[in-house]
Write a protein that binds this ligand. Structure first.
Ligand SMILES: Cc1cc2nc3c(=O)[nH]c(=O)nc-3n(C[C@H](O)[C@H](O)[C@H](O)COP(=O)(O)OP(=O)(O)OC[C@H]3O[C@@H](n4cnc5c(N)ncnc54)[C@H](O)[C@@H]3O)c2cc1C
Length: 382
């Protein structure tokens, strides 16, 4: 039986949500349309999040962070995504990139890399995917070869969120090609390491404000102590990380869906047809009811998964995949319905719901497509 008390947001969680909501509405929402239109990094959002210490709340206190729990991290991401999905990838990817270090890194690595992240001096990206290794991530080709006290990395990582903006990168690379997933190790690579460069930003359907670029590793020579955990454990760490961070993508999806519902709710009260607000039509009311019902179901699943992440429950793998898969499908449905409720106006860039619909799509694709989530769930049935 689920322990309901443990995933009921506390008063502190409620206060945190209020704080993030006002900050997001005042300092992030005003730039969301421009960030999308100009496909530029949401610097205003980064500045506002860093100033309020909300850019990487998951970093433990002993390394200078806020030490927020998984539910608090979810609330930050949800509330930022409600106004700007691109900006919500700042706290989300900071967690994704740094969690391998938190879960498996040495004390020295934690001290060296989590401090600057907590302070807001550096962001962290996560480099698993490659041009020919997406869903089949263990089929990666990036190689790390030992050379005395160093490792030398060569390869191409693709689709890396915040590439070029982040100072630090967790990079998964093959250290023993004979062993497939057990021959993969994880490393911290710095933007300033010689041989690191970036591809042109991808031209995307949505989350246009979030830079997605290739990361090129050309004879990147790094000290051996930059390995995260033991040799050969990188893939396991990468997968364990995703168990926790898929919940943050669920949170992003939830926020996007809530933003679309909130906008549509206001619009239908104002828009008049046949002599009355369209909100008076039962056909419209039923759509809104369904949207709100689906969002609430996604929220319960996501918060329950966050509690499991915090406790490290055994069924986290199933629950994280379920939350991500369900919430992202809900986000796609709800944002599409929001466009429908605005009619022709919803189809234009003069209103935010078309952006939200485009942004929602990515939540069904990254951190494992929803087909992959179903594979994960089927292998870990409760
Ligand atoms: C905007 C963006 C940001 C991203 N950010 C990051 C990042 O920061 N770091 C990172 O490492 N990666 C990142 N990714 C990569 C992302 O996780 C991959 O795109 C995703 O895992 C899918 O891989 P793929 O694109 O190679 O698709 P493919 O694996 O080629 O899949 C193509 C289709 O085949 C389906 N498919 C594949 N295998 C199976 C199967 N066994 N059963 C059923 N269906 C299957 C997939 O579901 C999909 O529909 C990002 C991607 C995007 C687009």
């Amino acid at each position: 039986m689920p322990d309901f008390d443990l995933y009921r947001p506390s008063e502190e969680h409620d206060m945190l949500r209020e704080t993030v909501r006002s900050l997001a509405e005042a300092k992030i929402a005003p730039f969301a349309a421009a960030v999308d239109e100009e496909a530029r990094f949401p610097q205003e959002a980064l500045d506002a999040l860093v100033a309020a210490d909300l850019h990487a709340v998951h970093v433990p206190e002993e390394y200078g962070g806020a030490g927020a729990d998984a539910l608090a991290t979810v609330l930050v991401i949800e509330e930022v995504a409600r106004v700007c999905a691109s900006s919500s990838l700042i706290p989300a990817v900071n967690k994704l990139g740094s969690l391998p270090v938190i879960l498996s890194g040495s004390e020295e690595l934690k001290k060296k890399y989590l401090g600057p992240l907590a302070k807001g001096d550096a962001m962290f990206s996560y480099c698993l995917s490659e041009p020919d290794a997406g869903s089949d991530a263990a089929g990666m080709k990036t190689r790390a070869v030992r050379d005395g006290d160093f490792w030398v990395l060569n390869g191409v990582k693709r689709w890396i969120t915040n590439a070029g903006e982040s100072e630090f990168y967790t990079v998964m690379a093959v250290t023993d090609p004979e062993k497939r997933s057990k021959g993969i190790s994880a490393f911290v690579v710095e933007k300033s390491d010689e041989g690191v460069s970036f591809g042109a930003p991808e031209k995307k359907l949505g989350i246009k404000g979030s830079p997605t670029r290739e990361v090129y590793l050309d004879n990147v020579r790094i000290p051996a102590d930059r390995m995260i955990g033991a040799e050969g454990t990188g893939f396991a760490t990468a997968m364990k990380t995703l168990d926790h961070t898929r919940i943050t993508i669920a949170a992003q999806a939830l926020g996007i869906a809530q933003g679309a519902l909130d906008y549509a709710k206001g619009y239908v009260r104002e828009r008049r047809q046949f002599g009355k607000p369209i909100a008076d039509f039962q056909g419209v009311q039923f759509m809104l009811a369904d949207m709100a019902m689906k969002i609430e179901a996604a929220r319960q699943l996501t918060y329950a998964a966050a509690a499991k992440s915090e406790r490290g429950d055994r069924d986290l793998t199933f629950q994280g995949a379920a939350a991500k898969c369900f919430a992202s499908d809900v986000a796609m449905e709800v944002t599409t319905d929001a466009v429908q409720l605005l009619g022709g106006y919803g189809y234009t860039r003069d209103y935010p719901v078309e952006r939200m619909m485009r942004d929602a799509k990515i939540t069904q694709i990254y951190e494992g497509t929803n087909q992959v989530q179903r594979i994960v769930m089927a292998r870990n049935l409760p």
